[in-house]
Ligand binder design. Sequence first.
Ligand code: ZN
Length: 499
Amino acid sequence: MKMRICLWLLFLLGWTNGTGQDWNLDLDKAELEQHIRFLASDELQGRYTGSPGNRVAARYIAEYLRAQGCKTVEGAEGYFQVIPFESVAPPTNASLKIGETTYELGKDFFLSNGGATSLEGKAVFAEHGWIDEKAGIDHFAGLELQGKLVYVWSGKPGSRDPQEAFAASKLKRKWAAERGAAALIEVYRLPFPWQFLLNYLNRENLTIADPDNTAADLVYGMVNEKSDEPFESMKEGKGVLTKLETSGVQKQSRRSSNVAAVLPGSDPELKQEYMVVSAHYDHVGVGKQGGFPYGQDSIFNGARDNAIGVASLMLTAKALAQAPPKRSVLFLALTAEEQGLIGSSYFVENPLIPLDKIVFNFNTDGAGYNDTSLVAVMGYDRTGVADLIDKGTEAVGLTVVADPAPEQGLFDRSDNVSFARKGIPALSFSPGFRAFDQALMKNYHQVSDEASTLDYDYLYKYCDAFIRTARLIADHPDRPFWVSGDKYEEAGKTLYQRR
Ligand SMILES: [Zn+2]
């Protein structure tokens, strides 16, 4: 009789686990709050990539994952995937003159590369500075670039896409440097405000040090001259004089890491496959805000962006470690998201696990929330896991809203897109909002994004939904894949050789 009851109990337990309806998550609201309050504390100084606060956050996450029994991954330094960052700050002094017009640094032009230089002479103009052999385009053909200051239109010919313009800029610098140019200045003609670009590029920026960069010494920048006239004159060979002086950009190496830890799967076959659970832990650091009447706060705490996500990742590791799902799970706390998704880009270019073994990226990131009945999912119905998200979310009494602000392009703005571009099915889980409105913007990248202003009853449910959904996907017999016609479907077919 006793035996029978035991079997019955075992059967019951097994059955509930198997259907994914209920687990002993042991999800502790106080612990969730503890992680968020620590990560978003003033002491961590906004977790700016490479800063001491950023590294303390990484250590905190790594030691927590170790304590849950997660393993290190081969190729990492312990739990850290160290990234060789380089910070580049604008020159303290620079001046630019084209013909009789003088441009002001930080207002009319900026320089983001190159050492101390003084150049004076006849300017060279090379259209878009573009080469496309198939189309018979070579804007540098017949021009003498050696030691010259070269002007080109910004962007890629025939394209108004900002992403393409940035990618094109990199190529132009390479081509100009290979032809011996001393400096390349792009003439601003992009479809977004000059001031926006200036704010973004005329400040300290982080990049990954690239030893193969042939344009490492090229002086590079952009000028906001609205008239075509001086450049038309250069094209006609009228001999426009130009003068550029710069004290040189200031470069410094910086160390920051992705945190990576694996929970091995429980199924002998499916454990060969990995789901990546990711959340970025960096934020934007300390600013110059504050002063009357807002007090002296200058710390961007990043509680919503993205201490919530990191705490959710940590508690997912704890919950899944209690009863590992069939697939292996790689917990990946990413750095430098705020610097342009650098941590996730670095991971997919230098994967610690072969990319074709990663079957899904389950990311969490957020600007905040303004509806505590919801979970917002970017990429909800794009990879065949919508019913699993519904199930995980409804179990805690929340409702899913799919990509509520399509105009913001949020799917392509967080780390999940680095995986998607490689073909890996991906999504981003966010706290609930129906629109990217004032209520959300109030805290987005503001010093007011503090842990003390959060609704922990709601976040408990959010985290619970995240954990449940993660488990359902990691356990599901079918691998997720892009729905037919998705913009990342082709990349997926290539990656997994599904042809
Ligand atoms: Zn974020």
